[in-house]
Design a protein around this ligand. Structure first.
Ligand SMILES: [Zn+2]
Ligand SMILES: [Zn+2]
Length: 102
């Protein structure tokens, strides 16, 4: 039984990245993208992670916070025809430390 579509913050998103399969692109130096896939904490379906990282001064380590939206391909009752996901979003923060810096 699928959860119905509803736009809402999902507070079960803590640890989302730890359970996800992600990588920072490029693999050395300053990251520009966070790419991969994870599991929606609301509907448990697969979601794509494709986030542009906007931070100016890293100096080898840093963090970036963003809103991850559910982008699953499953059907959820009440979803707009052109929409994706179950409507959930949750806060995510990615951190990194790269001694090779810049
Ligand atoms: Zn879903
Ligand atoms: Zn979802």
């Amino acid at each position: 039984m699928k959860v119905p579509y509803q736009k809402e913050r999902c507070d079960a998103g803590a640890g989302f990245l730890a359970r996800a399969d992600v990588e920072l692109i490029p693999s050395t130096g300053d990251p520009e993208y966070l790419i991969g896939s994870g599991t929606c904490p609301r509907c448990s379906d697969k979601v794509d992670i494709h986030e542009r990282i906007h931070v100016l001064d890293f100096y080898g380590s840093g963090s970036y916070a963003y809103r991850q939206y559910c982008t699953c391909e499953e059907s959820h009752r009440g979803r707009p025809a052109e929409g994706k996901g179950c409507g959930a979003w949750w806060p995510v923060e990615v951190t990194w430390s790269r001694p090779d810096g810049r």
